[in-house]
Structures are given as C-alpha cells and as structure tokens.
Design a protein. Structure first.
Length: 155
C-alpha cells in the first residue's frame, strides 16, 4: 500500500494551535467527523485516547501515529498533521511531537491495520522524509511531500 491510498490533500494540515495531545486529538476527531458524517467525533476521540492510554503512539524523533479501529469506517483513512510547535506525547525519547499521522481503520481490518502501521513506522523513521515534511509551509506542499516518498517495504 502507498500512502496516497489513505491520505488526501484535504486531510493534510498544518496547525498552529496544538497545545496538548488531548486537545489535538479532539480537534482532529472533529475535523474527520465533518469530512465523514458516518463517523462520530466523540467516538473517534474516545478511540484515539483509549489507544494512547495503552501506551504512547509516539515513535520517536517528534513523530506519533495515533490510531484506532472505528465502527462505520468503510476504508483505512489517514490524516497528516504538522504542528508549528511540538506537543508533549509521552514519547519514549522524551521529544515533543510535531508530526502526526492519525490512522483510522475499519473494525474488521486487523491485517491491513498492522500492515499500514508497519508502512507508516518505516516511512516516518526516515529522517530525510521527516525533514522534508517539516520544511513545508503550506498544506498542499506538505501533502505533495508526503505522497512523493519512496514507499519502504515493511520488514
């Protein structure tokens, strides 16, 4: 799977007011529910927060991949967010997070969920790729940089 299969320009954002993990996930949940009326913003938020309670989704170097399975979600959906200022995300390396890829997966998509997480983890572990994303100043540039990557093969 390539990232352009789950990410669209409308779900690629540069946000200047993250302030906290909880507030950021709440805002993202509301935005996603507006784009997909069949999804409930409270349910999305609760799913993302419940996953964070199991352990931080921060993978290090300022990147987090919050994810959850969602009822009524028909396909794997991604949202890429670049923050102008990092937020505390309980990362193991103690770095604040400024790049997030929120992943929503249909309830029954266990295998695809794991494959997509592996793809994203490999992709966002590439320092050059992350630097290119962080250099974006507009959402459309961020989107183009995100989809023009050489997609690594999960190990």
């Amino acid at each position: 799977m390539k990232i352009d299969k789950i990410l669209t320009q409308s779900r690629t954002l540069i946000i200047s007011e993250g302030r906290s993990k909880k507030r950021l996930l709440e805002k993202a949940s509301k935005l996603l529910a507006r784009m997909f009326p069949e999804l409930d913003s409270c349910g999305l938020f609760e799913g993302l927060i419940a996953r964070e309670r199991l352990g931080s989704t921060a993978i290090g170097n300022g990147v987090a991949i919050p994810h959850c399975r969602v009822p009524y979600c028909r396909e794997i959906l991604g949202m890429l967010i670049l923050l102008d200022e990092g937020v505390e995300f309980d990362a193991i390396d103690e770095h604040k997070v400024d790049l997030l890829f929120i992943l929503l997966v249909p309830m029954e998509s266990t295998h695809e969920h794991l494959e997509t997480l592996a793809l994203l983890s490999n992709l966002f572990s590439d320092a050059e790729y992350c630097a290119k994303l962080r250099s974006a100043t507009e959402s459309d540039t961020l989107f183009q940089s995100a989809i023009e990557c050489k997609t690594p093969t999960p190990t």
